[in-house]
Design a binder for this molecule. Structure first.
Ligand SMILES: Cc1cc2nc3c(=O)[nH]c(=O)nc-3n(C[C@H](O)[C@H](O)[C@H](O)COP(=O)(O)OP(=O)(O)OC[C@H]3O[C@@H](n4cnc5c(N)ncnc54)[C@H](O)[C@@H]3O)c2cc1C
Length: 487
């Protein structure tokens, strides 16, 4: 049963982000970090005592992107990732990735301790399990790989909440936290340590000159010797050709009050995927439950997925969805993509650890220090040939489907009109006020689809999201789709 459901992430509840000012003059810095999610904030944190002049610009406010909708686990026991990396590349890369995840957890723990950050960081055992007999061997392989790395792994037949599984494994030394409290506290530290932060300051272009980049930020320019793209999914095509290297996965999450005093992190290998963590807010204890995910390009409708989540007999208080960037070889892209231009993305839904380690790797690359993960994460390492057809197929399919498939019979809250040959989406709110948008995504021209649960217009091709008035919430789109009468 769903009563008084809030259609936004639990992390936004009660958080009043402190606003820093918008960029209001031209600037010259050593390093410009673009994007204030876990990646951008972590990069700035590790650079703040480097003597370099560092600025961060954020299109909305710090923590308003994908990081605000995560489940916030800090865990090295992921969704069978080590066997996947072993298969896609080799065992040594799987080991190096494991070391990066362990180091990321230590980095966050050290920062929380050193800076005395109150962000609900709690140690929780992690479980990887299956309810499908056919997946048992894959989990056994994951266990063997982790044990060969020196990790102590236990077999389980049921999870701490009593749920029976066909087979599962348990790993200690994992954590969960409140991602937005963490970012908010780090933002304060950055400001105290001379990092300049500008919010509501969107980057529209980055032009390279001989020794510097000139970035158009709102109405002003920032000249920077080095630029870090910490914006989840870059809005531009070149360099890097992101849409041809990755796909996007969207997952559905609910949170409800939990009476039992249990805590653990879990994820299944099954389809639909199940993932759980717990969060204590004052006297309230919540279970955060993720159920189901989809490649956004293969299917355009969210409704079915929210309905699947609603079928569980939980009294949900919050429900939301979130999207992450998936790479063909399960390894993130973190590193230099062009002289003095750095990128960090492709976290395969593990960005709390990978965004945290990205801060360390990018800092080392900028300062010219060695970093043992440099080659592993190198964004120019090449795309696996076998993944290319899938990426091309899903890009083309979603584009065509968004244009041709006019069956919008699932829409209850919007209607579609045509004005001057352009499709206009009209959302009517509870006060009968109409909110109109152009239905074409400014990123690459796909038609947006209405997500009735969260009341957002979502792009089925590359994951951009817009509010009912057409304001861009998540990229890669860099422009609004607000419809203006008579224009
Ligand atoms: C359902 C779901 C659950 C997840 N749960 C977990 C989990 O439990 N543990 C885990 O490790 N990972 C998890 N992840 C993954 C993790 O949430 C992401 O990988 C991570 O938050 C990405 O962080 P980011 O900083 O790269 O991106 P973001 O948080 O999106 O930050 C990028 C910022 O850049 C800004 N920006 C964009 N364009 C511009 C521009 N042109 N100019 C200026 N600013 C711009 C955006 O506004 C945004 O604030 C989950 C992902 C999903 C989808």
């Amino acid at each position: 049963m769903v009563i008084f459901l809030k259609n936004y992430s639990i992390w936004n509840e009660g958080i009043k982000p402190s606003e820093t000012k918008k960029l209001d003059m031209n600037k010259k810095v050593d390093v410009l970090v673009i994007g204030g999610g876990i990646t951008g904030i972590s990069c700035c944190y590790h650079l703040m005592n480097s003597k370099l002049k560092v600025a961060l610009v954020e299109a909305n406010h710090i923590g308003s992107g994908i990081t605000s909708k995560t489940t916030g686990k800090l865990t090295f026991l992921q969704d069978g990732i080590y066997s996947k990396i072993k298969k896609a590349s080799n065992l040594s890369n799987a080991k190096l990735y494991y070391e990066a995840e362990k180091e990321a957890i230590d980095v966050v723990k050290e920062i929380v301790e050193k800076e005395k950050i109150k962000c609900n960081l709690e140690e929780s055992n992690s479980y990887l399990f299956t309810e499908d007999e056919q997946k048992i061997d894959t989990i056994k392989e994951e266990k063997e790989i982790l044990e060969s790395f020196g990790e102590k792994i236990k077999n389980v037949q049921k999870l701490p909440d009593g749920n029976i599984c066909s087979y599962g494994i348990e790993a200690v030394g994992n954590y969960s936290f409140h991602p937005l409290k963490y970012l908010e506290e780090l933002k304060k530290k950055l400001l105290q340590n001379n990092v300049e932060i500008y919010e509501n300051s969107r980057v529209y272009s980055i032009n390279d000159f001989e020794n510097y980049y000139l970035c158009k930020v709102g109405d002003f320019f920032i000249q920077a010797k080095k630029v870090v793209l910490a914006l989840h999914y870059p809005y531009f095509l070149t360099p890097f050709l992101m849409p041809f290297k990755v796909h996007l996965e969207k997952s559905y999450v609910g949170a409800f009050l939990e009476k039992d005093k249990i805590k653990f992190n879990s994820i299944s290998l099954d389809k639909p995927v199940k993932s759980v963590r717990f969060y204590k807010n004052g006297r309230d204890r919540y279970k955060i439950f993720l159920y189901g995910s989809r490649n956004i390009a293969m299917e355009v409708n969210d409704k079915k997925h929210f309905e699947q989540l609603e079928k569980f007999p939980y009294d949900y208080k919050y429900m939301w969805s979130n999207i992450d960037v998936m790479t063909g070889d399960y390894i993130p892209y973190i590193g230099e993509i062009k002289d003095n231009l750095f990128l960090a993305t492709g976290y395969n839904t593990w960005g709390m650890t990978n965004g945290s380690i990205a801060g360390v790797v990018i800092k080392d690359l900028i300062l010219g220090h060695d970093n043992k993960y440099r080659d592993l994460f190198d964004p120019l390492r090449g795309v696996k040939v076998v993944t290319l057809p899938l990426v091309f197929y899903s890009n083309g399919k979603s584009y065509l489907e968004s244009k041709i498939n006019l069956d919008k019979s699932w829409y209850e809250k919007v209607r579609i009109e045509e004005v001057g040959g352009k499709k206009i989406g009209v959302y009517v709110d509870s006060d009968s006020k109409e909110h109109k948008v152009y239905m074409k995504c400014p990123h690459m021209g796909c038609n947006v689809v209405f997500n009735e649960k969260e009341e957002t217009w979502d792009c089925p091709c590359h994951g951009s999201r817009f509010d009912v008035d057409g304001k861009v919430i998540d990229g890669p789109a860099n422009y609004n789709i607000t419809y203006k009468e008579g224009k």
